[in-house]
Each structure stands twice: as C-alpha cells, then as structure tokens.
Design a protein around this ligand. Sequence first.
Ligand code: E4P
Length: 219
Amino acid sequence: MKFFIDTANLDDIREAQELGVLDGVTTNPSLMAKEGITGKDNIMAHYKAICDLVEGDVSAEVIGTTFDEMVREGEELADLDDNIVVKIPMIKDGVKALKYFSEKGIRTNCTLIFSAGQALLAAKAGASYVSPFVGRLDDISTDGVALIEQIVNIYTNYGFTTEVLAASIRHPMHIIQCAEVGADVMTGPLSAIMALLNHPLTDSGLAKFLADHKKAGAK
Ligand code: E4P
C-alpha cells in the first residue's frame, strides 16, 4: 500500500518524508487555501516546492470546471514537474478531460468519488488514480471502506490498471481497514500516519526494558 500525505503544509510533508514511508502527496483547493496559498504564481511555486521535497506523485487539482479550462490548467500543471498528477473532479467534462489526458500520457487522479459507478466511469476514461472519499461517506452514515472494497473488486474483475486511492482518511483505523480491503494507496493527514506508531504496550514495554537495563548497570 502506498502512503500519500493529504496536505499542502510543507512542514508536515517534510516530517512524513523524514519518517521514510512517504510515497506521495495529495492536495486540494481547500488545503492550499488553508496554507494561505493564493494567486496563480504562488500556487504553481508551492506545487513546485512540494515536488522538490518529495520523491513521488504530487496531485495538483484544477480549478476550472469546463473541459477547455481543465485541459489548459492540467497541461500547465503537468509541465511543472514529472511527478505532478493532475487532479480532476468527477463531473461530465472531467470525464472527458480524463480521457484527453490519458491519451496524451498525462497522469490523472479523479477526485470526489462517492460511488462505484463514478469509479467505473473514471477507470474507463483512463484515470491513473480514483479518489473515493472514505471519511466524508462515513460522515453521512455511509460505509466508506465498503465503497473501497467494491471498487477494488470491480477493477480486479476487469483488470483496470487505475489505482484505488482511499482519500478523506481521518484516523489510523481507516488506513488499516483500507489496507485490509486492498486499496492501492491511502492519503491522510500526518496525524493519522503518526498514530499508526502508537501502542501503550510498546511504551510500557520500552520503559521496562530501559529501567531494567539501568538497574542492572547500577549493580
Ligand atoms: C482527496 O484527495 C482530498 O484531498 C481529501 O482526502 C479530502 O479529505 P477531507 O474529507 O478530510 O477534506
């Protein structure tokens, strides 16, 4: 399973990168706005800064919602760095843009996926990744992990090469459950990745080992 971090915060990206388990980054317009990144030049420079930090795919989302706008923005984003993956929303013109980019050899991540039908359409259009939003489905009492499993099964049935990128991950159990059902990738905040580290028995076990070592040394 690949681990992506879902943020535009350079410190968080650096920290995950230093842990040695990071395979890429996903961003979205809300995450960019949260970091105060506005204006085309700043946005492009920030994507470039992320690409320079990380060895792996960096999803950069288009803002336009027409085919022409998405194609223009996506081409500019793809020109920035080889690791850029153009993030396209699951709307009608988005599906057309996915097909266009796939024929041009530009990699894409189809975002805002909330149903198996949408995921099937994105795969047919040649998306490199689909991003079903696990947490946002859970928020409305719908099983987000079940959708991941359904999409993994459909893609396996037909040999689609589109990777299932479990997005809107909120906590470590989401990561584990998505791994169990075969998600290719997960993207979540630094807190969810770091929370995988924790177990009270690890902490108490280590404290005991160190205390025993100290005691033995004192004799
Ligand atoms: C997907 O790539 C999105 O950036 C993201 O995972 C959405 O997460 P949220 O529901 O926590 O905003």
